[in-house]
Design a protein around this ligand. Sequence first.
Ligand code: ATP
Ligand code: MG
Length: 889
Amino acid sequence: MTSHQIRQAFLDFFRSKEHLIVHSAPLVAKNDPTLMFNNSGMAQFKDYFLGNGTPPSRRIADTQKCLRVSGKHNDLEDVGFDTYHHTMFEMLGNWSFGDYFKKEAIAWAWELLTEVYKLPKDRLYVSVFEGNASDGVPFDQEAWDLWKGIVGEDRIILGNKKDNFWEMGDTGPCGPCSEIHVDLRTPAEVAEVSGKSLVNNDHPQVVEIWNLVFMQFERKADGSLIPLPATHVDTGMGFERLCMAIQQKTSNYDTDVFQNTIQVLETLSGKKYGSGEEPFADIAMRVISDHIRAVAFAITDGQLPSNVKAGYVIRRILRRAVRYGYSYLGFQEPFFYKLVSVLSAQFKDVFPELTAQEEFVAKVILEEEKSFLRTLESGLKRLDTITTTLKTKGINTIPGDEVFELSDTFGFPVDLTALIAREKGLLVDEAGFQDALAEQKKRSRQDAAKEATDWIELREADGVEFLGYDFEETHSHIVKYRKVKTKTGEEYHIVLDRTPFYAEMGGQVGDTGVLVLKGDDKGEREDGGRSIVIVDTKKENDLFVHISRDKNLDNILQNAGIVTAKIDLNRREKIQANHSATHLMLSAMREVLGTHIGQKGSYLNDEVLRFDFSHFTKVTDEELAKIEDRVNEKIRDNIALDERRNVPIQQALDAGATATFGEKYGDFVRLIIFDPTYSFELCGGTHVPSTGKIGVFKFISEGSVSAGVRRVEAVTGEKALELLRDQEAVLAKIKELLKSPTDLVKAVESLLDERSNLQKKIIFLENEKIQSLKTSLVANMEKHKTFNLIVEKVQVPSADSLKQLSYELRDQIENLIAVFGAEIGGKPQLSVFIAENIVQETGLNAGKIVKELAQEIRGGGGGQPFFATAGGSDASGLDNALAKAKGLF
Ligand code: ATP
Ligand code: MG
């Protein structure tokens, strides 16, 4: 079976078991503060398990793009060295949300593996949770009995809490799991050692392929477990490992999932994969063919490489790949970007989002590669300097912090540093490196640390009803709340059953406002206040979390009853003007710049709108003006908002609606239309009732964010007017300062001319002064047998002039020793010059001398043996310093 057929068979199998098949969520996790990237199939369904929403079906199956390079699951360092861990991989999964449980999950898994895929039964092992007394969770008897009926006792392994008990996080749903392992060794190997003894022992051919999680408990913040009201199934099967098993290979990289890329690498490098002659070339091909998937799909789903957070993770994966190519495959020029088209062709039916953005993704990677290849060279130079210095000192180990700096700043993983070091006969302090790394990890953990209590549930509610498209205030109940300690203080997170507050999403900031308490209930605040101030609204998965920094709310929240939830309408109106303007602008950009313009990021609040988009050159002033004109024309047309809710996604896309890659859309979407022939977008944000409300639109900046991505910022309405007024005020002030000239521009130009003429004059005069100074210095010079001595306090404009003076005198007088003192800007300065030949003959050292003299002016300095300078803080010591100098020669 080809990998395509294997994937399809999985989906078909579960469709036949009445599962709804859904598309993979984007690789980049949105609205989940605990995750950067989706790292398992269940991530997109988290809310259903938490009870914050209803799934479209109680049975779902899919293939999910996963990335395990940060946080709880981090397999990065293993990738390429082993043959079955990837950064990005596909996880095939089937789910039951309060529907079927262990019996069906186990039977179907077995049926699929042995009857559809025809994996040999005697090569499969399963594990069952053994129980944990201290946690109060029993042995999973139910799973044991079910498996016993299928595979018999001798193929079941008992597993401990680490391998066989799954938890969503420190708190939340959890339960025992059963894993299925496959033994892919040769018959001879099997005859010698039983597969059972190798399960969970990191054997590359005895690997876990499928994990079936049975969610039946909930973990509370105090560590206790309570049974869940409804039980769920969450399974995850590694697609690439499954292909290895079915295609009877011993490495994921030998399957057709990776072979296309590896063949291209063979052609580009002229090396053969798997020949065993150059183990590091093999590792490099594995690393690269793996990493291109992670990088290309992350960019596709909206995560561009950058210097921070998720963007930095992607940049590091990219660099790891480029570096392996550079060191072991001889790629001195960009090559990584060339692999995008291979992936695009291979996945066009599964993940068409990559194919749609192929050119953009390749371009971003190319630019990243170019810039890293420059760092790589400077990193290698840095490593050179380090090794030479160490050698001269007779040290043979590169200290851990240097190794860390190389990895952190230049993207050099330890293994590369170690390898280069070895070539130079040096070792690296790996333990020291690990310490530095652990230290950094600790720092970033502390930065992220947020401490939250359990949710305190006040009412039952099935999800939240968002009414903010139609209402600015609602009567609501508080469903639950919790207290969260952040770096800046304590905050309350409040969830309502219905709310007009828009939660930050799709670039639009969250609403602010108040929850007004009823005066007559016990909830009235001790401080007499009648409302809870909401400073922000954020989405956490599908929950709308209203954030308040008010103090001591527990009692009030618990007794609040019905509250009036009311947004700050004035602020919201400004926000929606910016949002609608963003839509009008995107259409105008497509008209003016071309249809390749795609949204790469957007942020808008009540002051400004910021928009990142794919475009490869600077947007010129004329183009900006054209876009601005077009948007303002549409504002003046006062087009009424045409909002359509619950449109089936396919219908919307077929009608030509603009969607943003990397956004996760449901089956039903909302359309925002300002004239169907002009602006037609999928959008969940809030908008003006008609474009006239935007008032006016004005760009304030245009620039580059990263390769292939530009950013514009603009303002609308009052803010635009404010901007114009501010600029007017600045102009008025300048006019006033220049005594109201008739032509302002000319006045400023002549001011600048005057200034540059004056500067020239100053330079000329200073030079002249130094020349006459020189003449008098030469006249006062003391002539000795072997040297000519000038020790003098001089008046010069800058410390640089001392150097100029000394150097010019050197060209004029042989065997010169010159010591100058000067007061510059109230601070004492000293310089010592000794002719090179004197330095060589006598060993005198200007650096040492200036240090000694500097004691008199309470300062320090240094330089070379023939010229050195010092600065100090006590100008009254200059005479003493010069007297001391005279005594020295
Ligand atoms: P392992 O112990 O092999 O790392 P895991 O316990 O981390 O696996 P799960 O979290 O249970 O795995 O994920 C479910 C399935 O996803 C696994 O059975 C495996 O087939 C696959 N899988 C997990 N991590 C990776 C990875 N880094 N690359 C490829 N497949 C993976
Ligand atoms: Mg793992």
